[in-house]
Design a protein around this ligand. Structure first.
Ligand code: SF4
Ligand code: MG
Length: 330
């Protein structure tokens, strides 16, 4: 069953320079208990997509629907949406330092978060906070309860954020580039932790990353976004094993995560389109090595036997696996 069902989502953001067409008719659903990944370069619209669903993009004009447990988050009253945030859906961001208050202890901040949403005694909240810190493997959690954010490493702070994210037992955890600021080894540890917590708590995870290799380690299914559009969506193994879309293949070749020594990293030449005036035809056409005349017309989504959906005119997709490099074993 779908926990989150997004249908024909459009997000326009009026700015001084004109309207930014950040999300253009994107549909996807996240099943209960699933680890769903959204991947794309910066500026692809993936962060705006989740933030607009959560009512966090000031001035955004949205249409479509985002059903969460039967309620449309796009039309929910601000107060009701605040109740959903934190309690039913929690968010973990890239930079824990900006999410944690530097002048309060880690423990105090977790306790406050719990007590802002639940009527529990300070002592009970503290016990739960220590239990959570222990669960995310902060060593000596009882003593570290009184530590300040700057006394933790980047990886430890991200563990704290995961503990906070779990503190209210949310149904959905949204993680936006949670490991991007960390080195590769710590990234892998945090990803494994997220995966374990998902299994243990039964939470559903929606994770955003610019790195397909990172998502390949944890995600059951992935959606590839570019220029505000959905280009490919399917099971991780299918999308990574034989990417059908030229952009997905390019993302794989450019992922540095867990890359075998000696395998070169090949960035995608060029830059994503401006979302102020996105192209009329295929959004990837000016960077695509396979572009054809017909690509001046926007391709619609095609569905393949393995359930993968792809927006590309190429007939014989999926492309040969030989054109991609192995990235991470999942
Ligand atoms: Fe490339 Fe054309 Fe496919 Fe777009 S539709 S990705 S330009 S082949
Ligand atoms: Mg982002």
């Amino acid at each position: 069953m779908a926990l989150l069902e997004v249908t024909n989502l459009v997000v326009d953001i009026p700015t001084e320079d004109g309207t930014v067409h950040a999300v253009r008719d994107v549909s996807f659903s996240v099943a209960e208990g699933e680890f769903f990944g959204i991947v794309g370069e910066s500026g692809s619209g993936k962060s705006v997509l989740v933030q607009s669903i959560m009512g966090l993009v000031a001035g955004a004009e949205t249409s479509g629907a985002a059903l969460f447990r039967g309620r449309d988050l796009l039309t929910l009253a601000p107060e009701a949406l605040r109740g959903v945030r934190g309690r039913e859906i929690s968010m973990i961001f890239q930079d824990p330092l900006s999410s944690l208050h530097p002048q309060y202890t880690i423990g105090w901040q977790i306790v406050e978060q719990i007590r802002a949403h639940e009527k529990v005694s300070g002592q009970a909240a503290k016990a739960r906070a220590i239990e959570l810190l222990d669960k995310v493997r902060i060593p000596d959690a009882g003593a570290r309860f009184d530590a300040y954010p700057h006394q933790f490493s980047g990886g430890m702070r991200q563990r704290v954020m995961i503990a906070m994210g779990l503190s209210l037992g949310p149904a959905l955890i949204i993680a936006d580039e949670p490991t991007t600021a960390l080195d590769s080894t710590v990234q892998a540890q945090i990803l494994d932790l997220l995966g374990e917590m998902r299994e243990e708590t039964g939470s559903t995870v929606l994770m955003i990353s610019h790195d397909l290799g990172v998502l390949s380690r944890v995600a059951d299914r992935v959606m590839v976004m570019y220029g505000g559009k959905r280009l490919e969506v399917g099971a991780s193994a299918a999308v990574l094993g034989a990417p059908a879309h030229p952009y997905t293949a390019g993302l794989l070749r450019s992922s540095s995560f867990n890359r075998e020594p000696g395998v070169p990293l090949i960035p995608i030449p060029g830059r994503p389109p401006s979302l102020l005036a996105p192209p009329v035809g295929c959004v990837f056409a000016d960077r695509c090595p396979d572009a054809m005349d017909i690509c001046a017309i926007a391709p619609s989504l095609r569905r393949y036997d393995d359930g993968t959906e792809v927006a590309c005119w190429l007939e014989d997709a999926p492309s040969e696996p030989a054109t991609t490099q192995p990235v991470a074993a999942s």
